[in-house]
Design a protein around this ligand. Structure first.
Ligand SMILES: [Zn+2]
Length: 377
């Protein structure tokens, strides 16, 4: 979903992942953040990118990500950290991680690190304890209730083309930023564990409530003031992703300190015409709204990286309709999917002024544009 306008040249997604896996984010961050220290399952220090007096720079080794909760309000992975710290572009950051110099191609003086370095991300199902599941379900529940009683947020959903019915089907929610900790405590659930999952963290006194949270509580809700999409397996919530509700909120999407799981629709319809793969949860929600769940299985990667097991059920005769974003990262993901499923995967195209499927909700004839993209495939 990142539009950095700097392609990765000839590097495959796997090679990029491999370069990223070559460095631990906590080691890299320590170079720029001398004050970095361990607090539970994360690392915290003074942010090197703004005038920080209280440590607001956070690093999560589990997800190999970082985020500044102070003035910056942004974060990312090792590449984003290098880009920010060294003031370089995407391509140069990969070079600093050991990638080929710009212009070089594999086999001409540069060896892909693939044979030695293996992507670290585990392919195994994430293991959530009973308590973890109870906490995630409770969070999803309180967020759902908050959305159902918040007319402004339901209107915001409608503006993205999502009806109340779809919101209920997907159990969408809204994080007010002030209800979760109290609700979990009332349910006698472990707040410390909720911190580990990435739902809550201590508000450090440097944090200014830039998200509009003036509750004065000393606990900060990670998905505060975001529309929340739960990833469900059966009746259980296994992951939550929060979408910004205002332009100024960064990043646009925020997840938990858990391995990401894809958002799936209602499964495979009886007479399936294929699997539509999109990036963002709102891309999937819009396609559901338009009724495509009746003919297609819907899958949102929640980003551009995917694991093989997410697509392990794809049969040799299944068509894969790839509708990832029309930007560098989305094209790279599409190319990777087409390489995985030669002859089965097709790239869908629509007018370039709409970066992702969700943007089509803003077009007066968005549904028609999509139908045309689908029939052209
Ligand atoms: Zn900062």
């Amino acid at each position: 979903m990142r539009a950095d306008g700097s392609g990765s040249g000839t590097l495959s997604r796997l090679e990029i992942d491999s370069l990223k896996a070559g460095v631990r984010i906590e080691d890299l961050a320590a170079r720029y953040v001398p004050s970095l220290r361990r607090v539970g399952e994360r690392w915290v220090g003074l942010c090197p990118f703004h005038d920080d007096t209280r440590p607001s720079f956070n690093v999560w080794p589990d997800s190999q990500s970082w985020y500044c909760f102070g003035a910056c309000r942004r974060g990312g992975d090792v590449v984003d950290l290098l880009r920010e710290a060294e003031g370089v572009d995407f391509r140069r950051a990969l070079e600093l991680l050991g990638g080929p110099p710009a212009g070089a191609t594999a086999g001409r003086g540069w060896q892909s690190p693939l044979p030695v370095a293996v992507p670290r991300q585990s392919e195994a199902e994430p293991e959530l304890t009973c308590e973890d599941r109870a906490i995630l379900n409770a969070a999803s529940e309180i967020y759902y209730q908050s959305l159902m009683t918040n007319a402004a947020m339901r209107r915001a959903l409608q503006a993205r083309g999502i009806s109340l019915g779809t919101a209920q089907t997907y159990h969408l929610g809204y994080a007010t930023g002030r209800r979760l900790a109290r609700y979990l405590a009332w349910r006698h659930l472990d707040l410390e564990r909720a911190r580990c999952l990435g739902l809550l963290h201590d508000r450090l006194s440097g944090e200014d409530g830039a998200n509009g949270d003036t509750s004065g509580d000393d606990v900060w809700e990670h998905l505060s003031q975001r529309l929340v999409v739960p990833v469900m397996r059966g009746w259980e919530t296994v992951y939550l992703i929060g979408r910004a509700t205002r332009e100024a909120q960064r990043p646009k999407y925020l997840g938990l300190a858990l391995p990401k799981e894809p958002l799936t629709g209602r499964g495979r319809p009886r007479r399936s015409q294929g699997i539509i793969v999109v990036e963002g949860p709102f891309d999937l929600l819009l396609l559901h709204e338009w009724g495509y769940w009746r003919q297609f299985e819907l899958l949102a990667l929640l980003g551009t990286q995917f694991k093989r097991r997410w697509l392990a059920h794809v049969g040799p005769d299944d068509r894969l309709l790839v509708a990832t974003d029309q930007d560098d990262a989305g094209e790279a993901a599409a190319a990777e999917l087409m390489a995985h499923f030669p002859g089965q995967a097709v790239r869908l195209r629509w007018p370039e002024e709409y970066k992702d499927v969700g943007d089509l909700a803003q077009a007066p004839d968005g549904h028609k544009i999509w139908a045309r993209a689908l029939s052209d495939a």
